[in-house]
Design a protein around this ligand. Structure first.
Ligand code: TXA
Ligand code: MG
Length: 329
């Protein structure tokens, strides 16, 4: 590894905080990784077919799974969406920049590659200074799904992104560890109702304070309206289970090399090889921000099994439980 100022060159991947270098590649229809407050994204110009196809290819993402669009501010919303419901505008006002994605009717100019043929588009304004500065320098919004291969754990550091893609990616814009650490919450609108498609960094409780009751979408997993709700997702390579009783599960799997993913209290069993405590202070927001980084570390411990605790089902605990239930499918 060669380190020059804030540039780290690993093989042929530049890991840098130089926004202009990222802009140059994006202007040339290439794909770069960008930091956001939730997770890192794989970004490309929404008007470049070449860049969009490269995003799908890098992620091995099925073509039915649409891309999320990032804009610099609410004033750019009309570039990608039309017929915007009042409730959507209220939510955008309340939460942007921030981790809330809105599913809205798309503008005709938005290509089928972005939306996977749907008439709707997913859009948000990210709340990360580097992402916002980059977006302000660009003449176009970017599509940026999470920077991980299909179904694997989302990346919350530049290093996670590098480990997934190595030299397949020319540049990773380094914005440090993502503060929120889990993806944005996704909501859509149907007949004046607000539908939750994905739990995320904005809690349902906070959304309901702004627009009233939210309906939870139940996924059928066959022809999902929201592919982000696919049952298997966010998975480490190591087998992982969830349990109500850590002690009982340890006993049941005592012949295996076990790692633990815990909320607030260390386990004293001497046979445990690795364990991750997500928040010693029992703070669910802190726990969510540590979740994916902890899973990445556990996945490197050469374990035979990860046993994850169930989290309190409120606020960010709902999002953690959602991600862990998909990881364990
Ligand atoms: O926090 C986030 O949302 C991160 C950062 C990078 O912004 N991005 C992210 O992207 O999580 P991704 O692609 O991993 O998740 C977005 C989800 C996908 O599962 C996709 O299926 C869903 O949004 N989606 C995109 N467009 C949609 C649409 N028109 N209708 C329904 N779901 C859509
Ligand atoms: Mg993702």
């Amino acid at each position: 590894m060669l380190v020059v100022c804030n540039y780290k060159i690993k093989n042929m991947t530049l890991i840098t905080s130089n926004i202009n270098e990222a802009k140059e590649l994006l202007d040339n229809e290439d794909v770069v990784a960008i930091p956001t407050e939730t997770v890192y994204g794989l970004a490309g110009n929404i008007f470049s077919e070449k860049a969009l196809k490269k995003i799908y290819a890098l992620k091995s993402r099925p073509s039915y799974n649409p891309l999320i669009v990032h804009i610099k501010s609410i004033s750019d919303l009309h570039l990608v969406a039309c017929e915007i419901p009042d409730k959507a505008l209220k939510l955008a006002d309340a939460f942007w920049p921030g981790p809330l994605t809105l599913i809205l009717k798309k503008q005709p100019t938005i290509s089928d590659i972005v939306t996977a043929g749907k008439q709707t588009v997913a859009v948000r304004v990210p709340n990360h200074p580097i992402a916002l500065e980059l977006l302000k320098k660009l003449d176009y919004p970017v599509a940026a799904p999470s920077a991980n291969p299909f179904t694997s754990i989302s990346p919350t550091t530049a290093q996670h992104v590098f480990e997934f893609f190595n030299s397949e990616l020319k540049l990773i814009l380094d914005g440090g560890s993502c503060i929120k650490g889990v993806e944005s919450t996704i909501v859509g609108f149907l007949d004046n109702e607000v539908i939750l498609y994905r739990h995320g960094s904005t809690s349902i409780e906070a959304i309901e304070k702004v627009i009233g009751k939210v309906k939870i979408f139940i996924n059928d997993d066959v022809a999902p309206d929201a592919p982000g709700m696919l049952k298997k997702h966010y998975s480490p390579k190591t087998p992982i289970i969830r349990t109500d009783s850590i002690e009982e599960s340890i006993k049941l799997h005592s012949n295996k090399k076990i790692g633990l993913l815990l909320f607030n209290t260390e386990n004293t069993d001497l046979n445990i090889e690795c364990q991750e405590i997500l928040s010693k202070d029992s703070d669910l927001e802190e726990a969510a921000s540590n979740l994916f980084a902890a899973l990445h570390r556990l996945d490197k411990c050469k374990l035979e099994l990860i046993i994850a605790e169930k989290f309190p089902n409120k606020g960010q605990g709902k999002t953690i439980n959602d991600r862990l239930s998909r990881a364990t499918k």
